[in-house]
Design a protein around this ligand. Structure first.
Ligand SMILES: [Fe+2]
Length: 283
């Protein structure tokens, strides 16, 4: 779907797709776009994002513009039945990251909050089920709907450090996007927590966790453990070192993530050294 967006951008605007990296760089409308997602996670079918792999520079770049929101999205969970469990897990975690990053984004609004928290609730309560019963269309429908809610949230509220860092990581090592997000989510949450304690407490409650009479530190630990257990239960048990990242790669990963548009809306500002520290914790 992002490939189609890229072709549409260049067909209507000329130049090279990498010239449109960043926010609001596209001037002319694209040809009509009708999208049919076959995974439940990216929400490219409703989003203003296109992620393009700049293979020469080994980084995934973000093109962000309201002009590239598709005209029509035909969303049918039956198309997701042929995904294997690992792809289901990675794309499902991607959707969960979309919801969580949108909810703490500095560009959030009451409308995106509603979609984001509902997405957290639906996804957190059905992701284990879809791995246990991948042929159950009713569960697939819930995941697809959770992904759509997350997409509506993040296309308007934008994202944060998880995505900025995942684009850098996925570009360097050619890893699945959802896998990269999954390995970073708990660590970015940990980094952001102090700036958005109330927000993360609301996320924790939407995951079904009890936050009453708990200190912020306890809620942070609870949510950290919850995210890690969830991804482990879904079969995403790796660390960055398991994926082939070397400690000497970390400065380059951080430098590339520092250039990513998703960093702008993260609730806690980061310099390159902060990003290196988060990569080190996920290592
Ligand atoms: Fe994503």
């Amino acid at each position: 779907m992002d490939g189609a967006k890229g072709i549409g951008i260049v067909a209507s605007n000329g130049n090279h797709i990498l010239d449109y990296k960043g926010v609001n760089r596209i001037n002319h409308p694209l040809p009509p776009m009708i999208f049919i997602p076959t995974t439940a996670g990216t929400s490219a079918d409703v989003s203003q994002f296109a992620i393009i792999n700049d293979s020469e520079n080994q980084v995934k770049i973000a093109v962000v513009s309201k002009i590239i929101i598709p005209d029509v999205a035909l969303i049918d969970p039956e198309t997701t039945l042929t995904m294997d469990n690992y792809l289901t897990a990675c794309t499902g975690m991607d959707a969960l990251v979309h919801a969580m990053e949108a909810y703490v984004s500095i560009a959030r609004s009451p409308l995106t909050d509603t979609h984001a928290l509902e997405a957290v609730r639906i996804l957190s309560s059905h992701l284990r089920d879809v791995i246990a019963r991948p042929d159950d269309l009713a569960i697939r429908e819930q995941i697809m709907f959770g992904s759509l809610e997350a997409g509506l949230a993040f296309s308007n509220a934008l994202l944060g450090n998880v995505h900025a860092m995942a684009h850098s990581l996925g570009g360097l090592l050619d890893l699945p996007h959802g896998e990269c997000n999954s390995l970073l989510l708990e660590h970015v949450m940990n980094y952001n927590f102090s700036t958005s304690e109330e927000r993360y407490a609301a996320i924790a409650r939407s995951c079904g966790l009890e936050t009453e009479r708990r200190t912020p530190g306890e809620i942070r630990n609870l949510l950290f453990g919850y995210i890690r257990n969830l991804r482990y239960d879904l079969g995403i048990k790796k660390s960055l070192s398991d994926c082939g990242v070397k400690t000497t790669d970390i400065p380059l990963l951080a430098a590339k993530a520092y250039e990513d548009a998703c960093l702008i809306t993260n609730p806690r500002k980061s310099n390159r050294r902060d990003l290196e520290t988060i990569y080190e914790e996920a290592y």
